[in-house]
Design a protein. Structure first.
Length: 337
């Protein structure tokens, strides 16, 4: 197992209207195989969440959480007491916002691939129903891990070695129309740093410019785009940053100029390493759009072959439509005759 849990505490948060109720667990949870499996699932579910932001502790904001965390790391404060102090801060901040939240507040200190993390997540509850052997209806409450929206992960190793790099904390930005990001930044006492979406977009522009300058043919370009996308996708899954050196090794196999030299010469505003926004990099290998009741998506390599676009008439022509769509269309016309 790649996850090794050191400490785990779970509290209960119930915010209804303007009143937040906190129910604290009395002690740390005993670490066993079940705990390790749970945190591993939570870790991978968190890494797979799209649209994360990156930040660092800020001296201009409430420093109670960072101070408590540092006291724990200095062996001046127990892990449970650190979570108690942080939970009180969360209660105060949550009362400032109109949205309601009910669920289990998880604090976990663990190692993953030789890196220390503290994960803080508020996990909502979902009711599940089943039928008993007596054919009665039974219900149980489960943690809805896949839909968690309030969570942050602090890279303790990066906090130690790169405290001035404003991205050693990642957090889920949350649902549109809700100030979840603002709330969690205030709770943690953080200022947002690097923008994964912006960096991913700059990377795409640099890659496309590089491919054009090297005069690769269409098939070579499609192959290289797919390799870059696969690398970025792996970074998203593992929670690691994309690295320019690795991108250059991928792109520069048959080019006269190394990609890392190219992007430096052209002065792109691109970090040596950066967190990846999956939705942005997907456009490297796929075109898609939604509007007016029409949803269209296809792999980029098909443009100009199976799919052609006429800008003058604003039309797409698709040769060889998917069999399931073809079957639906044929049935529709047969029924209408």
């Amino acid at each position: 197992m790649s996850i090794e849990v050191n400490k785990l505490v779970v509290h209960y948060v119930d915010k209804q209207d303007e009143d937040t109720q906190i129910h604290l667990r009395n002690d740390e949870m005993q670490v066993n195989d079940r705990v390790n499996v749970f945190i591993e699932q939570l870790h991978h579910a968190y890494n797979g969440k799209p649209g994360k932001g990156y930040c660092a502790f800020s001296g201009d904001k409430n420093s109670q959480v960072s101070a408590a965390m540092q006291s724990y790391r200095n062996d001046e404060l127990g892990f449970w007491h650190m979570t108690e102090q942080a939970t009180e801060v969360l209660k105060e901040e949550l009362n400032k916002y109109a949205f309601n939240e009910t669920g289990y507040l998880v604090f976990c200190h663990y190692q993953y691939v030789a890196t220390d993390y503290i994960l803080i997540a508020l996990i909502n509850i979902k009711d599940h129903y089943s039928i008993t052997s007596d054919l009665d209806l039974s219900s149980s409450r489960h943690l809805d891990i896949s839909r968690m929206q309030l969570a942050a992960k602090i890279d303790l190793s990066a906090w130690d070695t790169q405290p001035d790099d404003a991205r050693y904390i990642s957090f889920i930005k949350g649902r549109a129309g809700r100030k979840v990001a603002d709330f969690f930044l205030d709770f943690l006492g953080c200022e947002e740093g690097i923008d994964p979406k912006q960096q991913s977009q700059v990377m795409l522009e640099a890659v496309e410019d590089y491919l054009s300058e090297q005069q690769f043919d269409k098939q070579e370009k499609d192959t290289l785009r797919k390799e870059v996308f696969d690398y970025c996708n792996d970074c998203v899954a593992s929670g690691e940053d994309a690295n320019i050196e690795t991108l250059s090794e991928t792109l520069s196999k048959s080019g006269d100029t190394q990609f890392d030299d190219f992007y430096k010469d052209q002065d792109y505003a691109l970090e040596e390493s950066f967190p990846v926004d999956k939705k942005t990099v997907t456009s490297m290998v796929k075109f898609s759009g939604l509007g007016g009741g029409v949803s269209i998506g296809f792999e980029r390599k098909h443009l100009g072959e199976r799919v052609t676009y006429n800008a003058a008439t604003d039309t797409l022509t698709i040769k060889g439509i998917p069999p399931n769509l073809k079957d639906q269309l044929q049935r529709h016309y047969e029924d209408s005759e």
